[in-house]
Design a protein around this ligand. Sequence first.
Ligand code: ZN
Length: 388
Amino acid sequence: MITREELRQLAQLDSPENSAVTFYFQPQTPQNKSHREEQIQVKDLVREALHRAEKNGNNPSVRADLKRILELAGQLHGNHARGKGVFAFSAKGIWREIDLPKRLKRTQLYVAHRFHLRPLAAVAASAPRCCVALIDRERARLYELWMDEVREQAGIVDLLPRTGRSSGPGGYDAGHIERHVENSAMRHFKNVAQRLQELQSGRGCDGFIVGCREDVWPQLEPHLHTYVKQKLLGRFGIDPAVATADQVREQAQRILEERNAAERQTLIREVVGGAQRNGRGKVGLRGVLEALEQGEVQTLLFGEAFYAPGSECGNCGHLDSNLVDTCPACGQGTRELEDLTDAILRRALDGNIAVVYIGPDPEFEKAGKIGALLRFRADQAKSGKVAG
Ligand SMILES: [Zn+2]
């Protein structure tokens, strides 16, 4: 698991001598590729990287890191449940391995002046840490879901009173027993609501998903705390008594994906529409870079297909979509970047700007593959008018 703060720290690293090594391992299913082929692929990647590094002058830090990655790759297998990201810069004592879900595009290796973080950031951004609660009238089973991993936590049991045969002992009538059972169920729902509230206020829960039978929900819902309700991402019908962990994961991921897709569509409409009417949106690289420099950006949208070379000023940090030798902002020398993505991402992480990744989307690609939702527009802030 990676936190936004860790991501920010990795993004800050800057190695003028090109010593930042990034490795992503995407396991192939054994049917696709044998373990041996996979090893050969990684070896080829490392050999090429070594070759390129040597062409740019002998660099012991890079050599050591690449060798270590080769060793690590020898232990990774295609049938691994997880992918992996490695961020290495041994000259500064950095070696960070992060387990990732098998959702990376492919196995990749980069040697550059900074870490290649887009795949990692994309994975982290699309996967909130969720609590999934399966609830019936006497039990709650609680799961933690992050990415592809689902873990059962300690649950809650408040067994309903056993009512025995027909009427109860000691002359209790049927109505009395029924009230007794109802009270017990209500206490149970209150206990569950209390536990969810505790999880809500603790660390590491971005949202709740509830699984229950349809008739249970109207009894449970009134007891849920406001904050828990605000973080409720969705609900699915299931019988908690017989549900399996795989079912829980499938249902919860379906809800998350539907929500993500809906949220992304809303964002795209807001940003593209806002850009068209000079409102709270900008699209295209030039516009987004300007907005970043003006401090206007609230949410940054990266299209999957976005890729753009440019220049970066080592002095003031100005990013330019043109290949310029001197910085238009401060007049100092710049360096050429093969792709501006990681530099932009770093700017976003530093500025506490939310980052959203947009999958294949014709409308967004036509608009420039990169966009920003703005908090304000600097050119309109003086007059106080901003179109919505
Ligand atoms: Zn500059």
